[in-house]
Write a protein that binds this ligand. Structure first.
Ligand code: NAD
Ligand code: IPM
Ligand code: MN
Length: 368
């Protein structure tokens, strides 16, 4: 039997720093759990632009389509701010998502017990929190036409278009309902049906899918602005939240702070099943390339490591091993280990990125 294949795209800024820690975890699984992966590595984002003049080479795109799963660090950085829009690092990531048709972006926000005191919200608001944001990832205002900056009269006009088809809404709604059945059985759909036609369609289609196939799941609807408020007021009222591409981007960064740090949030971007029955998949932390701390050993590798745990669960049918890895993260946090983003003002001496990765490997080792 051949090993499952993984394409690793570390990207820019702290991307390669956090990915180096994931490599330690992958190596551990190969050596100690008899779970070897065929790992290849390539460039994306600014790193790909520097070498090829494009943020995603066609060969890399082709490889991504062939492997069992892609693991991505982060893209972007100030060095690339003035590049033409078409070759910006972020375009590489958007191309991967679009061409792999990764329409369902799962962004779980879980508050580990050891960090309940660290959130900027009160402890009882976040302790035990476990919610899942399902963000539509391949359509909406990120991709709609027309778009661009045009001249009109004597000024420039910036244009982006929110566009959703019924089938695009239905497939992400189904993904959300399916997930809810395996969790708390509740879905809250967020849009702005009060001001946007695409929001009216969103609400209609989610309701139709619910009535047709998922009436056993509790469904509610909320305007996305009120949803943002409720996420901060009492996030534990939610189980699964489903929303469009842009609202999902914003709401998931909001949810990140319920867990203590953006450096804690993993994600899985899933598409339709491949010939082997597994979904097309890309796993990446929710955070970006963090130029303010890049190159200083300060990055928290947990979001990227937990993204690999999601790969174990959703691409490789290794739910028990995903649990083991998540438990190892919980263990090191309970031991008091903190990277700088989680060290706060309490006089905790932070560990560096590599020390955090080593501690998680040690916790894995102790678990067998
Ligand atoms: P960011 O997520 O990179 O950083 C926001 C803040 O969170 C910074 O203060 C940063 O230091 C901190 N932070 C983020 N990840 C951290 C980690 N793992 N450990 C510790 N602290 C962490 O967002 P930004 O500053 O708005 O964007 C920087 C660049 O990253 C931009 O070019 C943006 O387009 C890109 N970006 C890429 C992705 C991605 O690749 N998926 C996601 C978001 C932003
Ligand atoms: C994210 C990022 C991306 C997005 C950017 C880098 C294209 O913010 O993954 O959350 O807006 O989707
Ligand atoms: Mn984002």
């Amino acid at each position: 039997m051949t090993n499952p294949s993984l394409l690793i795209l570390p990207g820019d800024g702290i991307g390669p720093e956090v990915m180096a820690e994931v490599r330690k975890i992958i190596d551990w699984y190969g050596a100690k759990r008899d779970m070897a992966f065929d790992v290849s590595e390539d460039l994306v984002g600014g790193a790909a632009y520097d070498k090829h003049g494009t943020p995603l080479h066609d060969d890399t795109m082709a490889k991504a389509q062939e492997v069992d799963a892609v693991l991505l660090g982060a893209v972007g950085g100030p060095k690339y701010d003035d590049l033409d829009f078409s070759v910006k690092p972020e375009r590489g990531l958007l191309r991967l998502r679009k061409e792999m048709d990764l329409f369902a972006n799962l962004r779980p926000a879980q508050c580990f017990d050891a960090l309940a005191d660290f959130s900027s919200l009160k402890k009882d608001v976040v302790a035990g929190l476990d919610i899942m944001i399902v963000r539509e990832l391949t359509s909406g205002i990120y991709f709609g036409e027309p778009r661009g900056i045009i001249e009109e009269g004597n000024e420039r006009v910036g244009i982006n278009t929110q566009r959703y088809t019924e089938s695009e809404i239905a497939r992400v709604a189904k993904a959300a309902f399916e997930l809810a059945r395996r969790r708390g059985n509740k879905v809250c759909s967020m849009e702005k049906a009060n001001v946007m036609e695409s929001g009216i369609l969103w609400r209609d289609v989610v309701t139709e899918v619910h009535q047709a196939e998922y009436s056993d799941v509790e469904l509610s609807h909320m305007y996305a602005d009120a949803g943002a408020m409720q996420l901060c007021r009492w996030p534990k009222q939610f189980d699964v939240i489903v929303c469009d591409n842009l609202f999902g981007d914003i709401l998931s960064d909001t949810a990140a702070m319920l867990t203590g740090s953006l450096g804690m949030l993993p994600s899985a971007s899933l598409g339709a099943p491949m010939a082997n029955g597994r979904p097309k998949a890309l796993y990446e932390p929710v955070h970006g390339s963090a130029p303010d701390i890049a190159g200083q050993g300060k990055a928290n590798p947990i979001a990227c490591i937990l993204s690999f745990a999601m790969a174990l669960r959703y691409s490789f049918d290794q739910g028990a091993e995903a649990d083991r890895l998540e438990q190892a993260v919980e263990t090191v946090l309970a031991q008091g280990l903190r990277t700088a983003d989680l060290a706060g003002e309490e006089g905790v001496t932070p560990v560096n990125t590599s020390e955090m990765g080593d501690a998680i490997v040690a916790a894995l080792e102790a678990s067998v």
